[in-house]
Write a protein that binds this ligand. Structure first.
Ligand SMILES: C[S@@+](CC[C@H](N)C(=O)[O-])C[C@H]1O[C@@H](n2cnc3c(N)ncnc32)[C@H](O)[C@@H]1O
Length: 236
């Protein structure tokens, strides 16, 4: 059955879609990310262009996050409106290869300017929480999240060791692409000087690393904050 139809860009019609409700699979609780990719049929989901999500879509994901980790730990992101962007941007297709991307609109962004903060970021400490979250959101959103989520290292004061943490930005920050080897430098990242003036510093804020012109795509270097081999470490 094709649950997606041809009008995939028609946003109102999409609200009818449900979380993945296939027969309960007892093996789901043991799945790692590659298994879940198959389980949610993500190759099919990504075989056609993905839409840019509406505020309602993002909110539905933030609500699911709060339902899994509880209101307190969720940092109440389900109650918040808007996104983490501090400058006018537009999320749209960045081409067939890259999928969606984020572009500067309206006015150039000067070097050192705050561009985006992790104010809508979901954080998972256990694989079971991450799996429960994915099972609660729409199937195609689960595939998006599987593509967006990244593993970071946090220091656990009590044990004096570093622990892996899975992060997913539940706003259009998730659409920011990375530089590749052929690209030049990222235009977004940690600006030490500017970070001094923002709570959370470079952990929670991303700054313009050069002057960014209207129409330019925001590009991070994922390697600056995500651990590539992190999934195994996290147990997923
Ligand atoms: C955080 S998401 C970025 C948004 C993504 N383009 C989308 O449409 O959802 C990360 C994913 O974007 C894609 N991506 C990011 N940077 C890319 C690049 N420079 N070239 C091709 N694909 C890229 C990869 O599929 C990656 O797993």
């Amino acid at each position: 059955e094709d649950r997606y139809g041809d009008d995939y860009y028609v946003s109102e019609e999409e609200d009818e879609e449900e979380p993945y409700d296939d027969e309960e699979d007892p093996e789901y609780d043991d799945m790692i990310v590659g298994d879940m990719w198959h389980y949610f049929d993500c190759s099919f989901i990504f075989s056609r262009p993905r839409p840019v999500h509406s505020e309602t879509d993002w909110k539905s994901m933030r609500h699911a996050y709060a339902a899994v980790v509880g209101l307190e730990r969720s940092n109440r992101i389900a109650d918040k409106d808007g996104d983490g962007f501090a400058v006018p941007v537009q999320a749209r297709s960045a081409g067939d290869e890259k999928g969606r991307g984020v572009f500067v609109t309206t006015a150039p962004v000067p070097k050192g300017q705050l561009v985006w903060s992790t104010s809508m970021t979901a954080r998972f400490e256990k694989g079971s929480e991450y799996r429960a979250f994915l099972a609660k959101i729409r199937q195609d959103f689960a595939c998006d999240v599987l593509q967006w989520a990244y593993v970071q290292s946090i220091s656990d004061q009590s044990a004096e060791v570093d622990k892996p943490l899975v992060s997913v930005d539940l706003d259009a920050g998730s659409f920011i692409n990375t530089v590749t080897e052929e690209d030049e430098e990222p235009n977004l990242g940690c600006h030490e000087q500017a970070a001094l003036e923002h709570k959370g510093g470079c952990q929670q804020n991303y700054f313009a690393l050069k002057d960014i012109q209207v129409g330019e795509e925001l590009l991070l270097d994922y390697g600056d904050f995500a651990i590539r081999e992190g999934w195994e470490w996290f147990g997923l």
